[in-house]
Design a protein around this ligand. Structure first.
Ligand code: ATP
Ligand code: ZN
Length: 226
């Protein structure tokens, strides 16, 4: 039978920009976990908690589908998944438990450096390369504008130079990658941080108490850092 033990299941990014901070957070919460690079699942030594390490894109869905109890995820990926599921006619359910102070970035529109910016209207009907079509569509919809998507999960910033798109909409933190690709940031579409979400289905008493304990520890960690 699936998940017979009553361990709390938490999903985090396996390797990428959120993984070190996520692991660090769990350690500061007092969880003792030894990760093995090839293993999907790691069980904490001192609490009934198991950590599932997957691609960040899978985390919102795993929580919404109730496959895992908790997930640490960027709001950008969470919100994109919410909008994608809604567009499929599903109302995704989950609880937002906490917003962290790591994983900060912005989803921005960028155009070739040598072009003058005439506002988002100047991109009306044009082709835009992105991994976040839903967040970009919401932004364009709000302004009564449209765009043609060029969907790429990686190398988005090379699309204009390759003649695949007129502009891009991608995650930015310093802007160095944009600059290296002859692009400039012209409009912020969404600001994101990492957050903790929980499945909608209520926890039994044991799990609820454990989640409460972890949340209290996370508050303590945040305060210690201030
Ligand atoms: P995965 O293999 O898990 O799919 P990925 O390549 O999609 O990884 P990363 O580049 O590791 O994802 O980014 C994960 C998350 O980190 C982003 O969705 C975002 O929330 C956050 N992040 C913070 N700063 C940045 C940045 N400068 N560029 C991209 N993402 C950032
Ligand atoms: Zn990803």
């Amino acid at each position: 039978k699936m998940n017979e033990n009553n361990r709390l299941r938490l999903a985090m990014q396996k390797s990428g920009r959120l993984s070190d901070d996520s692991q660090d957070l769990l350690e500061r919460c007092g969880l003792k976990v030894r990760f093995h690079s090839q293993r999907l699942l790691a069980v904490a030594e001192n609490m009934p908690v198991e950590i599932l390490r997957v691609r960040d894109d899978d985390i919102p869905g795993l929580v919404m589908d109730g496959v895992v109890d908790l997930g640490i995820i960027g709001e950008n990926v969470l919100e994109e998944t919410v909008l994608a599921r809604r567009s499929q006619g599903e109302e995704p359910k989950f609880h937002m438990l906490k917003r962290f102070d790591f994983g900060g970035c912005r989803l921005s529109v960028a155009i070739p450096t040598d072009e003058t910016w005439g506002g988002l209207e100047s991109l009306n009907g044009r082709r835009i390369a992105t991994s976040y079509p839903q967040l970009l569509k919401r932004c364009f919809d709000e302004r009564g504008l449209t765009f043609k998507p060029c969907l790429l999960t990686g190398s988005v910033e090379v699309a204009p130079r390759a003649g695949l798109a007129d502009a891009i909409c991608d995650l930015v933190s310093t802007g160095a990658t944009l600059e290296a690709n002859g692009l400039k940031e012209v409009e912020v579409v969404y600001r994101s941080k990492a957050c903790l979400i929980a499945k909608a289905e209520p926890f039994d008493n044991e799990k609820a108490a454990l989640v409460e304990r972890l949340l209290v520890r996370m508050q303590g960690v945040a305060r210690a850092r201030e």
